[in-house]
Ligand binder design. Structure first.
Ligand SMILES: [Zn+2]
Length: 81
């Protein structure tokens, strides 16, 4: 007797991030170099600092995705008004 595959798992979880490359924030513990890198989920995290080449890079977790849209979201580099 063969099983009947009438109820097949058609409900797949579609990951909408397929074409979105997330930006990760890294910081080097050795020299303090601070940088962001766009990586896909399959990429290995960066561990070596591109500046001092020490293996001291840690991923910085930020709650807010890095997105620079519009004004009023700048840090200190836009100067004082
Ligand atoms: Zn470094």
């Amino acid at each position: 007797m063969r099983p009947v595959w009438s109820a097949r798992p058609a409900q797949r979880i579609v990951v909408r991030w397929r074409n979105t490359v997330p930006t990760y924030h890294y910081r080097c513990k050795n020299c303090g170099y601070d940088f962001t890198k766009q990586q896909s989920f399959e990429d290995d995290p960066i561990t070596v600092c591109p500046q001092c080449h020490e293996e001291q890079v840690r991923k910085v977790f930020s709650a807010v995705p890095i997105e620079f849209k519009g004004s009023g979201f700048y840090r200190t580099d836009s100067g004082k008004k």
